[in-house]
Design a protein around this ligand. Structure first.
Ligand code: ZN
Length: 509
Protein backbone atom coordinates (compact mmCIF):
# COMPACT_ATOMS: atom_id res chain seq x y z
CA UNK A 1 0.00 0.00 0.00
CA UNK A 2 2.02 2.90 -1.34
CA UNK A 3 -0.13 5.78 -0.08
CA UNK A 4 -0.38 4.28 3.41
CA UNK A 5 3.40 3.79 3.52
CA UNK A 6 3.92 7.40 2.50
CA UNK A 7 1.59 8.50 5.29
CA UNK A 8 3.47 6.34 7.83
CA UNK A 9 6.84 7.69 6.69
CA UNK A 10 5.57 11.27 7.11
CA UNK A 11 4.36 10.58 10.66
CA UNK A 12 7.63 8.75 11.43
CA UNK A 13 9.58 11.91 10.58
CA UNK A 14 7.34 13.97 12.90
CA UNK A 15 7.90 11.35 15.61
CA UNK A 16 11.68 11.61 15.10
CA UNK A 17 11.47 15.37 15.66
CA UNK A 18 9.33 14.85 18.78
CA UNK A 19 11.94 12.42 20.13
CA UNK A 20 14.68 14.99 19.56
CA UNK A 21 12.55 17.63 21.36
CA UNK A 22 12.16 15.18 24.24
CA UNK A 23 15.89 14.55 24.25
CA UNK A 24 16.66 18.29 24.44
CA UNK A 25 14.13 18.63 27.27
CA UNK A 26 15.76 15.73 29.10
CA UNK A 27 19.15 17.40 28.65
CA UNK A 28 17.85 20.79 29.88
CA UNK A 29 16.57 19.19 33.04
CA UNK A 30 19.42 16.83 33.90
CA UNK A 31 22.73 17.80 32.22
CA UNK A 32 22.75 21.35 30.84
CA UNK A 33 24.93 23.94 32.58
CA UNK A 34 22.98 27.08 33.68
CA UNK A 35 24.39 29.08 30.76
CA UNK A 36 22.47 26.89 28.34
CA UNK A 37 19.18 28.45 29.43
CA UNK A 38 20.04 31.49 27.27
CA UNK A 39 20.00 29.65 23.94
CA UNK A 40 18.18 26.36 24.59
CA UNK A 41 14.69 27.94 24.18
CA UNK A 42 15.63 28.93 20.60
CA UNK A 43 16.72 25.39 19.80
CA UNK A 44 13.52 23.96 21.25
CA UNK A 45 11.45 26.65 19.51
CA UNK A 46 12.99 25.92 16.10
CA UNK A 47 12.41 22.19 16.45
CA UNK A 48 8.82 22.64 17.71
CA UNK A 49 8.03 25.00 14.83
CA UNK A 50 9.50 22.51 12.37
CA UNK A 51 7.42 19.66 13.78
CA UNK A 52 4.32 21.88 13.93
CA UNK A 53 4.75 23.06 10.31
CA UNK A 54 5.34 19.52 9.13
CA UNK A 55 2.17 18.27 10.83
CA UNK A 56 -0.24 21.15 10.21
CA UNK A 57 0.62 21.22 6.49
CA UNK A 58 -1.35 20.56 3.31
CA UNK A 59 0.98 17.63 2.71
CA UNK A 60 -0.35 15.91 5.87
CA UNK A 61 -4.00 16.10 4.84
CA UNK A 62 -3.14 15.01 1.28
CA UNK A 63 -1.32 11.95 2.65
CA UNK A 64 -4.24 11.19 5.00
CA UNK A 65 -6.77 11.44 2.19
CA UNK A 66 -4.67 9.36 -0.21
CA UNK A 67 -4.20 6.63 2.42
CA UNK A 68 -7.95 6.58 3.13
CA UNK A 69 -8.84 6.33 -0.56
CA UNK A 70 -6.36 3.50 -1.00
CA UNK A 71 -7.63 1.56 2.04
CA UNK A 72 -11.28 2.02 1.04
CA UNK A 73 -10.48 0.68 -2.44
CA UNK A 74 -8.71 -2.32 -0.91
CA UNK A 75 -11.64 -2.91 1.48
CA UNK A 76 -9.59 -2.36 4.67
CA UNK A 77 -11.90 -2.36 7.72
CA UNK A 78 -12.05 0.96 9.65
CA UNK A 79 -11.35 -0.94 12.88
CA UNK A 80 -7.92 -2.17 11.80
CA UNK A 81 -4.82 -0.66 13.36
CA UNK A 82 -3.83 0.94 10.05
CA UNK A 83 -7.17 2.57 9.40
CA UNK A 84 -7.36 3.82 12.98
CA UNK A 85 -3.91 5.40 12.60
CA UNK A 86 -5.12 7.46 9.70
CA UNK A 87 -8.37 8.46 11.41
CA UNK A 88 -6.50 9.48 14.57
CA UNK A 89 -4.08 11.60 12.57
CA UNK A 90 -7.01 13.21 10.76
CA UNK A 91 -8.74 14.05 14.04
CA UNK A 92 -5.56 15.57 15.50
CA UNK A 93 -4.96 17.47 12.28
CA UNK A 94 -8.45 18.98 12.28
CA UNK A 95 -8.15 19.93 15.94
CA UNK A 96 -4.70 21.51 15.44
CA UNK A 97 -5.95 23.52 12.48
CA UNK A 98 -8.63 25.10 14.62
CA UNK A 99 -6.16 26.79 16.99
CA UNK A 100 -4.70 29.91 15.31
CA UNK A 101 -0.93 29.61 14.80
CA UNK A 102 -0.59 33.04 16.47
CA UNK A 103 -1.91 31.57 19.74
CA UNK A 104 0.37 28.52 19.47
CA UNK A 105 3.52 30.54 18.81
CA UNK A 106 2.72 33.19 21.43
CA UNK A 107 2.26 30.49 24.06
CA UNK A 108 5.48 28.74 22.99
CA UNK A 109 7.41 32.03 23.18
CA UNK A 110 5.93 32.95 26.56
CA UNK A 111 6.49 29.56 28.23
CA UNK A 112 10.24 29.73 29.00
CA UNK A 113 9.94 33.39 30.14
CA UNK A 114 6.93 32.72 32.37
CA UNK A 115 8.65 29.66 33.85
CA UNK A 116 11.72 31.62 34.87
CA UNK A 117 9.56 34.46 36.29
CA UNK A 118 7.63 31.82 38.25
CA UNK A 119 10.86 30.29 39.65
CA UNK A 120 11.92 33.72 40.93
CA UNK A 121 8.43 34.61 42.20
CA UNK A 122 8.23 31.39 44.17
CA UNK A 123 11.67 32.07 45.64
CA UNK A 124 10.71 35.65 46.61
CA UNK A 125 7.15 34.79 47.69
CA UNK A 126 6.00 37.42 45.19
CA UNK A 127 2.79 36.43 43.41
CA UNK A 128 2.32 39.95 42.02
CA UNK A 129 5.39 39.67 39.75
CA UNK A 130 4.07 36.42 38.23
CA UNK A 131 0.42 37.53 37.92
CA UNK A 132 0.69 39.46 34.60
CA UNK A 133 2.31 36.43 32.91
CA UNK A 134 -0.35 34.13 34.26
CA UNK A 135 -3.04 36.53 33.04
CA UNK A 136 -1.65 36.27 29.49
CA UNK A 137 -1.40 32.48 29.74
CA UNK A 138 -5.01 32.19 30.93
CA UNK A 139 -6.10 34.48 28.09
CA UNK A 140 -4.24 32.33 25.53
CA UNK A 141 -5.77 29.16 26.98
CA UNK A 142 -9.23 30.74 26.80
CA UNK A 143 -8.53 31.59 23.14
CA UNK A 144 -7.46 27.99 22.57
CA UNK A 145 -10.67 26.72 24.16
CA UNK A 146 -12.83 29.05 22.07
CA UNK A 147 -11.01 28.01 18.87
CA UNK A 148 -11.35 24.29 19.61
CA UNK A 149 -15.00 24.71 20.59
CA UNK A 150 -17.18 23.06 23.25
CA UNK A 151 -20.83 22.50 23.99
CA UNK A 152 -21.01 22.88 27.77
CA UNK A 153 -17.96 24.43 29.49
CA UNK A 154 -14.85 25.99 27.85
CA UNK A 155 -12.69 23.79 30.12
CA UNK A 156 -13.96 20.77 28.14
CA UNK A 157 -11.98 21.97 25.12
CA UNK A 158 -8.75 21.95 27.18
CA UNK A 159 -9.51 18.56 28.76
CA UNK A 160 -9.96 17.14 25.27
CA UNK A 161 -6.29 17.82 24.50
CA UNK A 162 -5.01 15.84 27.47
CA UNK A 163 -7.78 13.42 28.39
CA UNK A 164 -9.93 12.53 25.40
CA UNK A 165 -13.48 11.68 26.46
CA UNK A 166 -13.35 13.65 29.72
CA UNK A 167 -15.66 16.63 30.36
CA UNK A 168 -16.14 19.08 33.25
CA UNK A 169 -19.55 17.58 34.00
CA UNK A 170 -18.12 14.03 34.26
CA UNK A 171 -15.23 15.31 36.37
CA UNK A 172 -17.53 17.11 38.79
CA UNK A 173 -19.53 13.92 39.33
CA UNK A 174 -16.42 11.72 39.77
CA UNK A 175 -14.91 14.21 42.21
CA UNK A 176 -18.15 14.46 44.20
CA UNK A 177 -18.26 10.64 44.47
CA UNK A 178 -14.64 10.49 45.52
CA UNK A 179 -14.99 13.27 48.09
CA UNK A 180 -17.87 11.44 49.73
CA UNK A 181 -15.74 8.30 49.93
CA UNK A 182 -12.55 9.81 51.32
CA UNK A 183 -13.75 12.42 53.82
CA UNK A 184 -14.59 9.72 56.43
CA UNK A 185 -11.12 8.15 55.97
CA UNK A 186 -9.49 11.53 56.49
CA UNK A 187 -11.56 12.24 59.59
CA UNK A 188 -10.52 8.95 61.19
CA UNK A 189 -6.88 9.63 60.32
CA UNK A 190 -7.06 13.15 61.79
CA UNK A 191 -8.06 11.69 65.16
CA UNK A 192 -4.98 9.48 65.37
CA UNK A 193 -2.35 12.26 64.94
CA UNK A 194 0.56 10.02 63.95
CA UNK A 195 3.89 11.76 63.48
CA UNK A 196 6.63 10.88 60.98
CA UNK A 197 8.91 8.39 62.73
CA UNK A 198 12.41 9.59 63.43
CA UNK A 199 14.02 6.60 61.64
CA UNK A 200 12.89 7.86 58.21
CA UNK A 201 14.85 11.07 58.80
CA UNK A 202 18.23 9.52 59.57
CA UNK A 203 21.24 9.81 57.29
CA UNK A 204 20.65 7.76 54.10
CA UNK A 205 23.56 8.00 51.61
CA UNK A 206 22.02 8.83 48.23
CA UNK A 207 24.01 6.25 46.22
CA UNK A 208 22.58 3.53 48.44
CA UNK A 209 19.07 4.96 48.02
CA UNK A 210 19.48 4.80 44.23
CA UNK A 211 20.95 1.31 44.35
CA UNK A 212 18.06 -0.14 46.36
CA UNK A 213 15.26 1.65 44.47
CA UNK A 214 16.74 0.69 41.09
CA UNK A 215 17.10 -2.94 42.15
CA UNK A 216 13.34 -2.95 42.88
CA UNK A 217 12.59 -1.12 39.61
CA UNK A 218 14.47 -3.86 37.76
CA UNK A 219 12.57 -6.55 39.64
CA UNK A 220 9.36 -4.80 38.47
CA UNK A 221 10.74 -5.22 34.95
CA UNK A 222 12.42 -1.90 34.10
CA UNK A 223 15.01 -2.86 31.47
CA UNK A 224 18.17 -0.80 31.96
CA UNK A 225 19.57 -1.75 28.56
CA UNK A 226 16.78 0.60 27.36
CA UNK A 227 16.73 2.95 30.36
CA UNK A 228 18.71 5.01 32.87
CA UNK A 229 18.36 7.17 35.99
CA UNK A 230 19.56 10.76 36.43
CA UNK A 231 19.23 13.53 39.00
CA UNK A 232 16.88 16.50 38.54
CA UNK A 233 14.89 19.13 40.47
CA UNK A 234 11.44 18.05 39.26
CA UNK A 235 11.40 14.25 38.73
CA UNK A 236 10.00 12.92 35.45
CA UNK A 237 10.05 10.04 32.95
CA UNK A 238 10.72 10.69 29.29
CA UNK A 239 11.18 8.47 26.27
CA UNK A 240 12.63 8.64 22.78
CA UNK A 241 10.85 5.51 21.49
CA UNK A 242 10.52 2.33 23.58
CA UNK A 243 14.21 1.70 22.99
CA UNK A 244 15.32 4.56 25.28
CA UNK A 245 13.13 5.31 28.29
CA UNK A 246 14.73 7.43 31.02
CA UNK A 247 13.72 8.44 34.52
CA UNK A 248 15.03 11.06 36.92
CA UNK A 249 14.75 11.73 40.63
CA UNK A 250 15.84 14.02 43.44
CA UNK A 251 17.30 12.93 46.74
CA UNK A 252 17.05 13.99 50.33
CA UNK A 253 19.89 12.39 52.29
CA UNK A 254 17.80 12.84 55.46
CA UNK A 255 14.44 11.56 54.23
CA UNK A 256 14.31 8.08 52.73
CA UNK A 257 10.78 7.95 51.20
CA UNK A 258 11.22 10.83 48.73
CA UNK A 259 13.63 9.27 46.24
CA UNK A 260 12.60 5.69 47.03
CA UNK A 261 8.95 6.16 46.06
CA UNK A 262 9.85 8.84 43.50
CA UNK A 263 12.01 6.37 41.58
CA UNK A 264 9.37 3.63 41.78
CA UNK A 265 6.71 6.09 40.56
CA UNK A 266 8.78 7.09 37.53
CA UNK A 267 9.64 3.41 36.94
CA UNK A 268 5.91 2.75 36.59
CA UNK A 269 5.79 5.34 33.80
CA UNK A 270 8.88 3.73 32.26
CA UNK A 271 7.38 0.22 32.30
CA UNK A 272 4.46 1.60 30.29
CA UNK A 273 6.73 3.16 27.65
CA UNK A 274 9.02 0.14 27.42
CA UNK A 275 6.01 -2.15 27.03
CA UNK A 276 4.70 -0.55 23.83
CA UNK A 277 4.50 -2.99 20.90
CA UNK A 278 7.71 -2.55 18.81
CA UNK A 279 5.53 -2.37 15.68
CA UNK A 280 4.07 0.93 16.94
CA UNK A 281 7.48 2.62 17.09
CA UNK A 282 7.51 5.91 15.11
CA UNK A 283 3.78 5.68 14.36
CA UNK A 284 0.71 7.78 15.24
CA UNK A 285 0.26 5.44 18.21
CA UNK A 286 3.46 6.62 19.87
CA UNK A 287 3.12 10.31 19.01
CA UNK A 288 0.98 12.91 20.76
CA UNK A 289 0.21 14.88 17.60
CA UNK A 290 -1.59 17.67 19.48
CA UNK A 291 1.17 18.38 21.96
CA UNK A 292 3.88 17.24 19.53
CA UNK A 293 5.41 14.98 22.09
CA UNK A 294 6.73 11.43 21.69
CA UNK A 295 4.85 9.12 24.06
CA UNK A 296 3.55 5.59 24.09
CA UNK A 297 0.78 6.28 26.59
CA UNK A 298 -2.93 6.58 25.78
CA UNK A 299 -3.27 9.77 27.85
CA UNK A 300 -1.82 11.60 30.84
CA UNK A 301 -4.28 9.87 33.17
CA UNK A 302 -3.64 6.36 31.85
CA UNK A 303 0.10 7.04 32.27
CA UNK A 304 -0.45 8.27 35.80
CA UNK A 305 -2.63 5.24 36.59
CA UNK A 306 0.42 3.09 35.96
CA UNK A 307 3.00 5.11 37.91
CA UNK A 308 0.58 5.19 40.85
CA UNK A 309 -0.28 1.52 40.60
CA UNK A 310 3.39 0.52 40.89
CA UNK A 311 4.25 3.18 43.47
CA UNK A 312 1.20 2.98 45.75
CA UNK A 313 -0.69 -0.23 45.17
CA UNK A 314 2.48 -2.32 44.97
CA UNK A 315 5.36 -0.49 46.67
CA UNK A 316 3.32 0.96 49.53
CA UNK A 317 1.55 -2.32 50.26
CA UNK A 318 2.06 -4.58 53.25
CA UNK A 319 2.97 -7.72 51.21
CA UNK A 320 5.62 -5.68 49.39
CA UNK A 321 7.36 -4.65 52.60
CA UNK A 322 6.97 -8.07 54.20
CA UNK A 323 8.98 -9.39 51.27
CA UNK A 324 11.43 -6.53 50.62
CA UNK A 325 12.03 -4.95 54.04
CA UNK A 326 14.87 -7.39 54.94
CA UNK A 327 16.66 -6.30 51.73
CA UNK A 328 16.21 -2.62 52.61
CA UNK A 329 17.38 -3.28 56.14
CA UNK A 330 20.50 -5.02 54.79
CA UNK A 331 21.33 -1.86 52.80
CA UNK A 332 20.68 0.43 55.80
CA UNK A 333 21.42 -1.78 58.84
CA UNK A 334 22.06 1.01 61.36
CA UNK A 335 19.35 3.40 60.11
CA UNK A 336 16.64 0.72 60.12
CA UNK A 337 17.97 -1.56 62.85
CA UNK A 338 15.25 -0.65 65.34
CA UNK A 339 12.16 -1.16 63.14
CA UNK A 340 10.53 -4.03 61.26
CA UNK A 341 8.51 -4.61 58.09
CA UNK A 342 5.21 -3.71 59.78
CA UNK A 343 6.65 -0.55 61.35
CA UNK A 344 8.11 0.52 58.05
CA UNK A 345 4.87 -0.20 56.17
CA UNK A 346 2.90 1.93 58.62
CA UNK A 347 5.44 4.76 58.53
CA UNK A 348 5.13 5.19 54.74
CA UNK A 349 1.32 5.14 54.79
CA UNK A 350 0.46 8.01 57.09
CA UNK A 351 -2.46 10.25 56.19
CA UNK A 352 -1.76 13.82 57.08
CA UNK A 353 -3.04 17.04 55.41
CA UNK A 354 -0.07 18.98 54.05
CA UNK A 355 0.57 22.20 52.15
CA UNK A 356 2.48 20.76 49.21
CA UNK A 357 0.78 18.59 46.61
CA UNK A 358 3.80 16.52 45.63
CA UNK A 359 4.43 15.56 49.26
CA UNK A 360 0.83 14.55 49.96
CA UNK A 361 -0.27 11.01 50.88
CA UNK A 362 -2.46 8.99 48.50
CA UNK A 363 -5.70 10.05 50.23
CA UNK A 364 -5.35 13.81 50.79
CA UNK A 365 -3.54 14.16 47.43
CA UNK A 366 -6.90 14.06 45.69
CA UNK A 367 -8.11 17.18 47.50
CA UNK A 368 -5.07 19.08 46.20
CA UNK A 369 -6.21 18.09 42.72
CA UNK A 370 -9.91 18.88 43.19
CA UNK A 371 -9.23 22.44 44.34
CA UNK A 372 -6.82 23.07 41.43
CA UNK A 373 -9.36 21.80 38.92
CA UNK A 374 -12.09 24.02 40.43
CA UNK A 375 -9.73 26.99 40.19
CA UNK A 376 -8.79 26.20 36.59
CA UNK A 377 -12.44 25.91 35.59
CA UNK A 378 -13.10 29.32 37.18
CA UNK A 379 -10.12 30.90 35.43
CA UNK A 380 -11.15 29.57 32.03
CA UNK A 381 -14.82 30.52 32.43
CA UNK A 382 -13.78 33.96 33.68
CA UNK A 383 -15.46 33.56 37.07
CA UNK A 384 -12.07 33.75 38.82
CA UNK A 385 -9.57 36.56 38.15
CA UNK A 386 -5.84 35.91 38.41
CA UNK A 387 -5.38 38.67 41.00
CA UNK A 388 -7.83 36.93 43.33
CA UNK A 389 -5.93 33.63 43.20
CA UNK A 390 -3.93 33.78 46.45
CA UNK A 391 -7.07 34.41 48.52
CA UNK A 392 -9.11 31.81 46.68
CA UNK A 393 -6.28 29.29 47.01
CA UNK A 394 -6.00 29.79 50.75
CA UNK A 395 -9.77 29.57 51.24
CA UNK A 396 -9.92 26.27 49.31
CA UNK A 397 -6.98 24.83 51.26
CA UNK A 398 -8.87 25.62 54.45
CA UNK A 399 -12.09 24.16 53.08
CA UNK A 400 -10.57 20.91 51.75
CA UNK A 401 -7.61 20.24 54.03
CA UNK A 402 -8.23 22.41 57.08
CA UNK A 403 -4.93 24.26 56.77
CA UNK A 404 -3.95 27.70 55.44
CA UNK A 405 -0.57 28.27 53.75
CA UNK A 406 1.60 30.81 55.63
CA UNK A 407 2.70 32.34 52.30
CA UNK A 408 2.14 32.06 48.52
CA UNK A 409 5.37 30.13 47.89
CA UNK A 410 3.86 27.29 49.92
CA UNK A 411 0.45 28.03 48.40
CA UNK A 412 -0.62 29.20 44.97
CA UNK A 413 2.97 29.44 43.65
CA UNK A 414 4.00 25.83 44.37
CA UNK A 415 3.30 24.14 40.99
CA UNK A 416 5.14 24.65 37.71
CA UNK A 417 2.11 23.69 35.50
CA UNK A 418 0.44 27.07 34.95
CA UNK A 419 3.69 28.87 34.16
CA UNK A 420 4.23 26.31 31.39
CA UNK A 421 0.80 27.00 29.90
CA UNK A 422 -0.60 23.69 31.15
CA UNK A 423 -4.19 24.34 32.18
CA UNK A 424 -6.33 21.21 32.11
CA UNK A 425 -3.73 18.62 33.14
CA UNK A 426 -4.13 18.44 36.94
CA UNK A 427 -7.24 16.25 36.81
CA UNK A 428 -5.21 13.42 35.26
CA UNK A 429 -3.51 12.62 38.58
CA UNK A 430 -6.77 11.83 40.34
CA UNK A 431 -8.34 10.18 37.28
CA UNK A 432 -5.14 8.11 37.23
CA UNK A 433 -5.72 7.03 40.84
CA UNK A 434 -9.22 5.87 39.94
CA UNK A 435 -8.15 4.06 36.76
CA UNK A 436 -5.20 2.49 38.57
CA UNK A 437 -7.55 0.92 41.12
CA UNK A 438 -9.84 -0.35 38.34
CA UNK A 439 -6.95 -1.96 36.47
CA UNK A 440 -5.50 -3.45 39.64
CA UNK A 441 -8.86 -4.93 40.59
CA UNK A 442 -9.32 -6.38 37.08
CA UNK A 443 -5.80 -7.88 37.11
CA UNK A 444 -6.59 -9.66 40.39
CA UNK A 445 -9.85 -11.00 38.95
CA UNK A 446 -8.23 -12.23 35.73
CA UNK A 447 -4.78 -13.51 36.79
CA UNK A 448 -4.97 -16.66 38.92
CA UNK A 449 -2.84 -16.46 42.06
CA UNK A 450 -1.79 -12.85 41.46
CA UNK A 451 -1.84 -11.82 45.12
CA UNK A 452 0.31 -14.81 46.06
CA UNK A 453 2.89 -14.12 43.35
CA UNK A 454 3.09 -10.43 44.38
CA UNK A 455 3.67 -11.51 47.97
CA UNK A 456 6.62 -13.60 46.75
CA UNK A 457 8.06 -10.57 44.98
CA UNK A 458 7.22 -12.01 41.56
CA UNK A 459 6.05 -9.15 39.36
CA UNK A 460 6.05 -10.75 35.90
CA UNK A 461 2.40 -11.97 36.07
CA UNK A 462 1.20 -8.43 36.84
CA UNK A 463 3.53 -6.80 34.30
CA UNK A 464 2.42 -9.26 31.61
CA UNK A 465 -1.26 -8.51 32.24
CA UNK A 466 -0.67 -4.76 32.18
CA UNK A 467 1.44 -5.04 29.03
CA UNK A 468 -1.15 -7.18 27.29
CA UNK A 469 -4.09 -4.96 28.26
CA UNK A 470 -2.55 -1.48 28.34
CA UNK A 471 1.13 -0.97 27.51
CA UNK A 472 1.45 -2.67 24.15
CA UNK A 473 -1.38 -0.60 22.64
CA UNK A 474 0.36 2.77 22.97
CA UNK A 475 -2.17 5.42 21.94
CA UNK A 476 -4.11 3.10 19.61
CA UNK A 477 -7.18 3.16 21.87
CA UNK A 478 -8.80 6.03 23.75
CA UNK A 479 -8.53 5.96 27.58
CA UNK A 480 -12.20 4.94 27.81
CA UNK A 481 -11.89 2.11 25.25
CA UNK A 482 -8.75 0.79 26.92
CA UNK A 483 -10.42 0.73 30.34
CA UNK A 484 -13.60 -0.88 29.06
CA UNK A 485 -11.71 -3.56 27.09
CA UNK A 486 -9.51 -4.50 30.04
CA UNK A 487 -11.93 -4.18 32.95
CA UNK A 488 -15.43 -4.23 31.44
CA UNK A 489 -16.10 -0.98 33.33
CA UNK A 490 -16.50 2.71 32.65
CA UNK A 491 -14.37 5.11 34.68
CA UNK A 492 -15.60 5.10 38.27
CA UNK A 493 -14.45 6.25 41.71
CA UNK A 494 -15.82 3.17 43.48
CA UNK A 495 -12.85 0.75 43.08
CA UNK A 496 -10.40 3.44 44.28
CA UNK A 497 -12.59 4.21 47.31
CA UNK A 498 -12.85 0.47 48.04
CA UNK A 499 -9.06 0.13 47.80
CA UNK A 500 -8.55 3.07 50.20
CA UNK A 501 -11.16 1.80 52.66
CA UNK A 502 -9.64 -1.64 52.65
CA UNK A 503 -6.13 -0.34 53.29
CA UNK A 504 -6.73 2.63 55.58
CA UNK A 505 -9.75 1.21 57.37
CA UNK A 506 -7.32 -1.17 58.98
CA UNK A 507 -4.52 1.36 59.51
CA UNK A 508 -6.93 3.94 60.97
CA UNK A 509 -9.80 1.94 62.56
ZN1 ZN B 1 3.70 10.65 37.34
Amino acid sequence: MTAYNNFEEHIARINDLCCVINLLNWDSRTQMPPGGTVTRPFQLGTLSDTAQNLFVSDQTIQLINAAKTEMDAAGVHPDTCQYRSVLQAEEAYNLSRRVPSKVVSELARLKPVAESVWVQARKDNDFKSFAPYLETIVELCRNTAESIGYSDHPYDALLLRYEPGMTSAKLKQLFADLKQGIVPIMEKAARSQQVTPEFLKRQYPVEKQAEFAMSIAQQFGYDLSRGRLDVTTHPFEISFTRQDVRISTRYDAHYLPMALFGILHESGHALYEQGVDPRLTRTVHTTDLLDLYATGGASYAVHESQSRLWENMIARSRPFWKHHFPQLQAVFPTQLGDTDAEGFYRSVNRIHPSLIRVEADEVTYNFHIMMRVEIEMGLISGEIKVRELPDIWNAKMQEYLGITPPNDSLGVLQDIHWSGGQIGTFANYTIGNMMGAQYFQAAHAQVPGLAASLARGEYAPLLNWLTENIYRHGRAYSPGELLLNATGQELSAAPFIAYLNNKYGELYP
